[in-house]
Ligand binder design. Structure first.
Ligand SMILES: Nc1ncnc2c1ncn2[C@@H]1O[C@H](COP(=O)(O)OP(=O)(O)OP(=O)(O)O)[C@@H](O)[C@H]1O
Length: 321
């Protein structure tokens, strides 16, 4: 049971990153990152601090150039076609600058003028983020949460189809967090695609429809939240061309492997949580590259903790070529 059709055609992804690499001073920050964000709904990019979330987002927005790989937003290659698609993308990566002495509405009016949007659009976006009643107050009197909602309102002025928010609840109190979550949910329910990054599991679990878990510059698991939360024996679904060879290899490496028409189901012999990154690495070492590698039937917390824990990262790093 999946709310998100993961096997859909590439043209139906809102955002797709393929084999992205980024190095800073010889250190790999993104290490072959593959990200699929379905059209419509909230997609969480969940990973611990320093895992590469902001770097991925900055590459998607053309703010940083990747060393390798490709990104498409709404089917347009980035950064080449950025001018064509940027009008359909709204993003908050850093705190936007507002004038402290002007009201929320006045700030938005100025921004609307700069992009040629009518002032009635300002009233619409203020309503959408729940700031209508506070629109005439000076920006300085806003709480952090209200400032963040004003930033979201600013991104909505040009009617974007895709919204990208990097850790939008950072530093907010519980009320502020609640309001931002409700705002993001509302934006998705109105038909937009919202990509939101976070290092907080509960945040993603509560608002996202689907999630990609990132660790050390790679997506190590992805899928719909419904699938992650469903019960059952934990396993990793692997789809690849040389399935027989992969089955033999994984069995020899100690995994339990079942096969069906959609690929391999790999689980740990002790019924523990199978490690998707280690499975990917075992296969990759001999040139068997999965077309799909998805963790299924586990709680998001199990997956997140296991795939991103220090112990796991240490062993994965030492096994890296
Ligand atoms: N301009 C830069 N120069 C050098 N290293 C960088 C640069 N930008 C990011 N990094 C490094 O890349 C790694 C990934 O950083 P990134 O900000 O993408 O992670 P993140 O998942 O967004 O983490 P956080 O939740 O802490 O923001 C970190 O180790 C960071 O120090």
């Amino acid at each position: 049971m999946s709310a998100v059709p993961w096997n859909q055609r590439a043209s139906e992804w809102a955002i797709q990153a393929t084999d992205l690499t980024k190095r800073y001073g010889g250190r790999a920050v993104l290490d072959g990152l593959n990200l699929n964000v379905p059209r419509g709904g909230v997609h969480g990019l969940l990973g611990p601090n320093g895992s590469g979330k902001t770097t991925s987002i900055r590459i998607m927005l053309g703010l940083v150039r990747a060393n390798g790989g490709s990104v498409e937003i709404l089917g347009h290659p980035i950064p080449k076609a950025l001018p064509r698609v940027i009008g359909q993308v709204g993003a908050i990566v850093e705190s936007p600058k507002f004038s402290p002495r002007m009201s929320g509405r006045h700030n938005l009016n100025v921004l609307a003028d700069s992009i040629g949007a009518p002032h009635r659009r300002v009233s619409e976006v203020l309503l959408e983020v729940g700031l209508t009643a506070d629109a005439e107050r000076h920006f300085t009197t806003y709480s952090l949460g209200m400032k963040q909602r004003l930033a979201i309102a600013a991104t909505l002025l040009k009617r974007p189809e895709v919204l990208i928010f990097d850790e939008p609840t950072n530093g907010l109190d519980p009320v502020g967090i609640h309001d931002i979550r409700a705002t993001m949910r509302g934006l998705a329910d109105a038909g937009r695609t919202v990509l939101v990054s976070s290092h907080i599991l509960s945040e993603i679990e509560q608002i996202a429809d689907s999630v990609s878990i990132i660790a050390r510059g790679r997506v190590v698991a992805e899928g719909s939240i419904a699938d992650f939360l469903s019960d059952g024996a934990p396993h990793v679904r692997v789809r690849l061309e040389r399935a027989l060879e992969a089955t033999d290899l994984l069995r020899a490496a100690g995994w339990k492997v079942d096969t069906d028409e959609s690929g391999l189901r790999v689980s740990a012999r002790d019924r523990g949580v199978p490690d998707a990154a280690v499975i990917a690495e075992t296969l990759g070492r001999v040139g068997l590259w999965p077309q799909e590698l998805t963790t299924e039937r586990r709680s998001l917390e199990q997956v997140f903790l296991h795939l991103t824990s220090g112990a796991h990262l240490g062993s994965s790093q030492s096994g890296r070529r």
